[in-house]
Design a protein around this ligand. Structure first.
Ligand code: GDP
Length: 131
């Protein structure tokens, strides 16, 4: 996902360009707006974390871009491309180093496992929306 902060800042194109340049193929893509309820479902694994409410408020604060990306070793390579959760700790040249402003408003989401990538892809896309 490209998160609401990066969409608001006009960075959809810049981020997609970095994703393309890193060799990911776009399988599905959608511009949409999560509600508190749908953001809460997407981030349900974090519901016991102290920042859960703040995270859901932020993720429903504006439109997002959701995508399914394909590549060998996609999960690990995408996490390398986006950088650390906190942009203060992100490597130079990563998406979060360039475009994130804080640990909460950190520009992009990436799945943390192949299993979660399937669950998260199914959250946004049906079979007719994948190419
Ligand atoms: P990620 O896999 O790098 O996105 O990081 P996590 O799975 O640990 O956290 C999920 C998301 O929750 C992050 O991308 C942030 O948007 C948010 N988040 C994580 N830690 C904090 C925090 O301490 N404060 C706030 N406000 N949000 C956080």
């Amino acid at each position: 996902m490209i998160k609401p902060d990066a969409v608001k800042a006009g960075n959809i194109g810049n981020i997609l360009q970095m994703i393309n340049a890193a060799g990911f193929r776009i399988v599905a893509m959608k511009y949409t707006h999560l509600t508190m309820d749908t953001a809460g479902k997407f981030y349900e694994v974090h519901k016991e974390r102290p920042f859960y409410g703040e995270l859901c408020e932020f993720m429903s604060s504006g439109p997002i871009v959701a995508a399914i990306l394909e590549k060998e070793n996609a999960v690990a390579d995408f996490r390398t491309l986006i950088g650390a959760t906190n942009p203060a700790n992100a490597e130079e040249g990563t998406i979060r180093k360039k475009y994130a402003t804080s640990i909460g408003e950190n520009a992009v989401h990436g799945s943390d496992s192949d299993e979660n990538a399937i669950i998260e892809g199914n959250f946004f896309f049906n079979g007719l929306e994948r190419f």
